[in-house]
Design a protein around this ligand. Sequence first.
Ligand SMILES: O=C(O)CCC(=O)C(=O)O
Length: 290
Amino acid sequence: MSLSKSDLNFYKKNGYLVKKELIPIKTIKKINNLIKQIIKKEERRNSKITNLGGSFNNTFVYNSNSSKNREILRLNNPTSYNKLFFKLSRNKKIINIVKILLGGSVRFHHCKLNFKLPSKKGGEVSWHQDWAFYPHTNDDLVTVGVYLEDCNEENGPLQVIPKSHKTKIYNHHNKKKEFVGKICERINLKSKESLIGLAGTVTFHHVRTIHGSGLNLKNSKRPLMLFGYCNTDSWPLTSDASINPNEDFEKYNKCIIVGKKTLVPRFEKVPLIIPLPKKSVSIYQLQKSR
Ligand SMILES: O=C(O)CCC(=O)C(=O)O
């Protein structure tokens, strides 16, 4: 399946798109079995956690450092962790759509597997723009979400503000001028939309689209796989969760899925604020800052 003209127009106008049950349930089941094994193994490990903020190299981000209450909030870079995750990030149905949304080329940027724990243990993800976390020379970047379980209003679906990708970069810095990973000014939420769907549903949102997610009122973990992709000529302006071209240029170029490597970034007149200073890497810890 590729993308219809009306899908593309919808994405361009609204800054998001939902493709219902794009990934076959058989694939989703395999991934969920793998995740169960990973969680089981990790829960048995019982080692001391000192840094809840996570770093780009930490595999897991937890909700607490007490071994009693600890649960996994995020698996960082799942594509490097297991080839099943890698295969999903290169899934043809996803990449064919991403290629069109990005204008012809695709470089894998980063990925994470987020768990939304039941509301007593986990919280909301506050409104933010991914663009605030990783500014580039142009904004041809998209975030893809794969629902690994059915997701409805009750278990914390992604929520977006339609058309917000065409507005400004909102302020993600607190009064002390620290980057806190959430919008620190008033925004109009009247038009917000929840992106719901059965397992295998895939969401696409533009890097500048304001989004977040509410509480999980169910007794489940709501796994959500998030992949970021960009056009090959979209050059990172800061170090972020992806491969830094200054550190490993070969690996950076190996992230190209469609298109050719280039040393010529495309500059667009895009609104930018550099996400510094940053006290933590994890969005969960950042958003707790005042
Ligand atoms: O896991 C979620 O509910 C949303 C997370 C999100 O928006 C992000 O990590 O950028």
